[in-house]
Write a protein that binds this ligand. Sequence first.
Ligand code: GDG
Length: 469
Amino acid sequence: MERGPVSSRLVVISNRVASPKAASGGNQGGLAVALLAALRENGGVWFGWSGETIDTFTGEMDRVEEGGVTTATIDLEPQDIDEYYNGFANRTLWPLFHDRIDLTEFERDYEGGYVRVNRRFADTVHPLIGEDDLVWVHDYHLIPLGRELRRRGVENRMGFFLHIPWPQSRILLSLPHHEELVRSLFEYDVVGFHTQDWLDAFREYVVRQLGAEIEADCVIRLDGHAIRAIVAPIGIDAGEFEEAAAGTRARFARDRMHMTLTGRQLLVGVDRLDYSKGLPERFLSYERFLVRNPDLQGLVSFLQIAPPSREKVDTYQEIRAQLDSLSGRINGEYSDIDWVPVRYVNRGYQREELAGIYRAARVALVTPLRDGMNLVAKEYVAAQDPDDPGVLVLSMFAGAAAQLTDAVIVNPFSADEVADGIAEALAMPREERIRRWRALIENVRREDVFWWRDLFLNALQKADVREPA
Ligand code: GDG
């Protein structure tokens, strides 16, 4: 396989933009680190929404240049944010693509806002794209952006990466104008997914529903446009995370944890507060574990870190209320004067602190109901002590399960199975923990975020340049 970075200048476009300052301070995720590194090496632009609002859209960009990288952001109108971000992206596509048709809202205004903001993005970013630049668009917020850029005469190589799952056709069919949305993906040259499952679901839809033809292994043709549809599982910056876990700040967090654990085994979960992450199911599974293993009550402690997200969307308020009530009920029922079974924390921590908390935990519970990849699973592995590593309990419905096959794989919908998985993880002898962890860390190190980036960009670099329309 071809490795190594490509040489073209890059234009990265995503809903939000990572700040080079925060990334160099080690306070941003692996994705930001990897993309900023490529932008620094090749020069380029990262474009997106500033997170701010403005009364009337002007298309004026806030540009910050640093070390050959320009970050360029625009402000959006409150209506744009309601309809595009909180609307079509997070009330329609997110739940639908995570198999939650029951939570999906179909509103014409949302779709209108989505198209409008994609046009605004295209109008503003278009002049920043140089002749030989590679254009890399990220995620479900911006599916039609490629089409909008082509309409404005952009002939560059353009790639799209989907960070969330691709749904089964029967689910996608419920989206009004689904065909138009999916057809717009054929304006890119490369379309990437985390797993073969997501790619297969995409292929099934475009072949059966749109009549696309599979030409070669990963080349799909529709109406004269050929795209390369590839599997490119995202990784983490494993080296950086392993270092963070061994650093002072991590050690401090770990010591703080150990002080309160007084010999108990720690189970940890770290997730954005999102219904796709299977948090109520996880709490109930842990309760099932306590019921089934009365001798272990008082000897374990479950810490769930869940920083709130997308708070304007009601389904996110509902999941929060549900978890407040569940954690309260479980604690009310099982606590003792000197033991609380669940510590449920609605705040975020610094990355280094998280690394220390992961390392203090004998078991990680990563049990989403549906997840494009799940980076927490990989971070947990990277943070472990090689001589005494913990055990990853991982949902079969996380994209990460395709790579992390040496985890304890569970069905997150079955409280019994997850409870058994917890018991198995806690009872696992050290030799087996070490054996499994070595297999896991080997994958996390090899298929890291730089490997992912190069895999995608090499495929994109190889694409033929489009003929002018
Ligand atoms: C989407 C897809 C895919 C969490 N709490 C804190 C914190 N985090 C960090 C984690 C991790 C990241 O947030 C979450 O990444 P995930 O991959 O788990 O999930 P999503 O946010 O849903 O991401 C997902 C991903 O895109 C990449 O393609 O894997 O499937 O849904 O890095 O560590 N970070 C800090 N404090 C916290 O309290 N600093």
